[in-house]
Design a protein around this ligand. Structure first.
Ligand SMILES: [Zn+2]
Length: 84
């Protein structure tokens, strides 16, 4: 299972790993549990940022957008390529 949940970097939980000037940032969170269960949880993103899981978002779709975390996109790209 190589599923990723989508995490949102909340301004009030800004991580040391994230630059301050990224107010809209989607991150990939390794889904060690069903995404439904992770919804709303605060998790560690693939890139090391602290994010809140946004359960109704699909990382495969979000990662193609412009407001996604470049580091997370890079790290999850191989897994997404092999999936499906
Ligand atoms: Zn990230």
């Amino acid at each position: 299972m190589s599923a990723y949940a989508v995490g949102f970097a909340r301004p009030d939980r800004r991580s040391w790993a994230q630059p301050v000037d990224q107010p809209m940032s989607w991150h990939a969170v390794e889904a060690h549990r069903p995404v439904d269960e992770l919804d709303g949880e605060v998790e560690l993103a693939v890139c090391g940022a602290i994010v809140q899981v946004w359960g109704n978002q699909d990382w495969e779709r979000v990662s193609a957008g412009r407001s996604s975390c470049a580091e997370c996109v890079r790290r999850t790209a191989p897994a997404l390529r092999h999936a499906g």
